[in-house]
Design a protein around this ligand. Sequence first.
Ligand code: NAI
Ligand code: A1CAB
Length: 264
Amino acid sequence: MKLGFIGTGNMASAIMGGIIKNQIIPANDIIGADVMEAGRERVKDQFKIQVTADNHEVINSSDIIILSVKPQFYAEVIAEIKDDVREDQIIITIAPGKTLAWLKEQFGKNVKIVRTMPNTPALVGAGMTAACPNEYMTKEEIAYVLTLLESFGRVEIIPERLMDTVVSVSGSSPAYVFMFIEAMADAAVSGGMPRAQAYQFAAQAVLGSAKMVLETGKHPGELKDMVCSPAGTTIEAVRVLEEKGFRSSVIEAMKTCEEISKSM
Ligand SMILES: NC(=O)C1=CN([C@@H]2O[C@H](COP(=O)(O)OP(=O)(O)OC[C@H]3O[C@@H](n4cnc5c(N)ncnc54)[C@H](O)[C@@H]3O)[C@@H](O)[C@H]2O)C=CC1
Ligand SMILES: O=C(O)[C@@H]1CCC=N1
């Protein structure tokens, strides 16, 4: 199976890193194109894949192609490659807002497409990816693409109407979590902890808490209550977080993210 990327930036790197690390497709069967030589050289050096400046070469040498450019470049890239795309090839898209209907119109012919929304924890095999195959994908092809996506984390097939919500809850959310970890580390540094150690403690606490949600099946509120000892330290921190609008700020930020995704 030959895999191609058009665009070799942050998300493409995370995906190819996960696929190679988990030995789903070897590096020498992966090719990436990027308009920026620095982008090509970076993934060539980091992942030992083939690189090219020619998007047509990616299409003509791949069975599956991941369009990993920014949404605003999707139309021009599709216009460039659509005549090369064969009926047996699979296009995986990762851009917010670019619906299957819009993609079909851009390609102007029957193309096998799986619309997805991954996230950068794919790089460490802990991604969360939503997938939405179009009507031209066979069951066997869908199963293979899911195997590919599962190589770098969890995958869920979802109705396309939820894709913008996915952008806000998992596509973009690693950025919110990184900000949370940074803020916790700042507070730990203010308490006298060395910064590198503070990042380790904060990140591991977030990782462990997330694993508790995923593996215990308990409601996050119940897990929070398990930490809040009566008249203890935690409930005071929770009180201040509520006073500062922690939950509503997260909700408002995510609703904004979802709306921007819809507009792309
Ligand atoms: N970064 C993230 O956490 C996530 C990104 N995405 C989506 O992935 C896509 C890529 O995003 P990033 O990797 O963050 O952006 P990026 O800017 O890191 O990478 C995009 C790459 O595409 C290249 N490019 C631009 N026009 C091109 C063209 N015509 N032909 C070939 N290459 C071209 C750019 O030089 C750049 O290296 C976007 O649609 C984004 O919305 C989706 C989920 C998460
Ligand atoms: O910020 C963005 O537009 C992309 C989509 C989800 C995460 N990053």
